[in-house]
Design a binder for this molecule. Structure first.
Ligand SMILES: Cc1cc2nc3c(=O)[nH]c(=O)nc-3n(C[C@H](O)[C@H](O)[C@H](O)COP(=O)(O)OP(=O)(O)OC[C@H]3O[C@@H](n4cnc5c(N)ncnc54)[C@H](O)[C@@H]3O)c2cc1C
Length: 363
């Protein structure tokens, strides 16, 4: 038997869930295919759970646009759906005199992205906020927050199903053939015809795209994997605010995040890997101690424990320039009704509702 549906979304991570819900809100019959036995088990449950303000991204990039608009949409969604979240704020700390000048550049970059609530504060003002903190100066971002990502995904799914959408678990997207005005999809032994096909496969988006018969490999970027490990501490958190060092070119640096239960996490670092595995490499803890003690000198020895790791689905090589999200539509690949989302790393959680609006308006 061949089923028929308007839209198929591949991947029930936070982005696939947000897209599926957005289609359902438009009254379009939508099926969400997830290969795992549960939604959101991959990158969407292995991140910092931070609602980013939109500070660091290049002006006019998709990352900047989706972060800034997505943040407002997400705070509104959280309030409306009673999702646990908190605007805890974030301090970006300069720990040496030469880093102080970089704070100005970060503030200007934020302003270029429309983030105008950032202010520079002195070392003593920062210390008054966070007595355990060492710094020379800091930037305070009051609109940065934290969110219970699982509850958020659960709520997206609840909305989607209430609007008539269907999530199929243990349902791997295997292949697609392009038809006149749509696609024929194979998932296990099932065949489904749909008009629109959205690939939100996260770390597997490239392999999903390669299984679409007729899509040229020229439109599928190479996938690189950058693991980010987290350590936790067997002590109560000395911080109430998120603490970030001045970022380097590779990542935002080993920062302090807090979950909704107040548990502290340090991380993520960045380690280029060849295959997907989520083990936290204990050898990396020395680098964590060094990085954290720059802003938290009282960190005692032997208090860090491995927590978990996530993997960034990068589309840039280890030494290549930073790349933006790549949301590939008919305009680039020429196939009507198909959108592939590649390189959906941070701030994909913050931007998820804005990304969903973009996808439903551009397919
Ligand atoms: C270490 C780390 C920290 C981060 N911190 C933050 C943060 O603080 N704030 C922020 O905004 N963002 C953050 N991010 C980014 C954010 O987590 C991601 O952008 C977001 O989770 C991506 O969601 P997704 O739905 O694209 O991917 P995923 O969550 O990976 O979901 C993809 C889904 O597709 C499914 N799938 C794949 N192939 C198939 C197939 N063939 N058939 C069916 N299903 C398939 C997978 O099983 C998976 O469930 C972080 C990311 C990392 C790695």
């Amino acid at each position: 038997m061949i089923y028929d549906v308007e839209n198929i979304v591949v991947g029930a991570g936070v982005i696939g869930l947000a897209i599926a819900r957005a289609f359902a809100k438009l009254g379009q019959e939508t099926l969400l295919l997830e290969k795992n036995g549960y939604f959101g088990e991959e990158t969407s449950s292995r991140n910092s759970e931070v609602i980013h303000a939109g500070i660091y991204y290049p002006k006019n990039s998709l990352k900047a646009q989706f972060c800034v608009t997505g943040k407002e949409l997400l705070y509104a969604f959280c309030a409306e759906h009673h999702i646990p979240h908190q605007r805890v704020g974030k301090l970006i700390v300069a720990t040496s005199p030469d880093e102080v000048g970089i704070l100005d550049q970060i503030k200007d970059k934020a302003a270029n992205n429309g983030v105008t609530d950032i202010k520079q504060i002195s070392a003593s003002a920062a210390k008054e906020m966070e007595p355990a903190l060492h710094c020379k100066a800091a930037l305070l971002s009051p609109s940065t927050g934290i969110i219970d990502t699982h509850q958020y995904m659960l709520s997206l799914l609840g909305d989607f199903e209430e609007l008539g959408g269907q999530l199929a678990l243990n349902a791997s997207f295997d292949s697609a053939h392009i038809l006149e005005g749509g696609f024929k999809i194979k998932s296990g032994g099932t065949q489904i015809i749909c008009k629109r096909l959205i690939n939100a496969g996260g770390l597997w988006a490239q392999s999903v795209a390669h299984s679409i018969d007729g899509l040229s490999g020229d439109h599928i970027p190479h996938r690189y994997l950058a693991k980010g490990s987290y350590f936790t501490m067997s002590r109560p958190s000395p911080f109430k605010t998120l603490i970030y060092p001045v970022p380097n070119t590779a990542s935002l640096g080993v920062h302090v995040t807090l979950d909704m239960g107040g548990q502290i996490r340090f991380g993520p670092d960045q380690e280029w890997i060849d295959d997907i595995n989520y083990d936290v490499n204990l050898d990396r803890s020395d680098q964590f101690y060094d990085a954290i003690r720059r802003y938290y000198p009282d960190l005692e020895a032997d208090v860090l424990h491995p927590a978990y790791a996530g993997i960034r689905p990068k589309i840039q090589s280890p030494n290549g320039p930073q790349k933006d999200f790549l949301i590939s539509t008919e305009k680039t690949h020429g196939i009507s009704g198909l959108i592939n989302l590649f390189g959906m790393e941070s701030p994909g959680l913050t931007g998820s509702l804005a990304i969903a609006n973009y996808v439903t308006s551009n397919v």
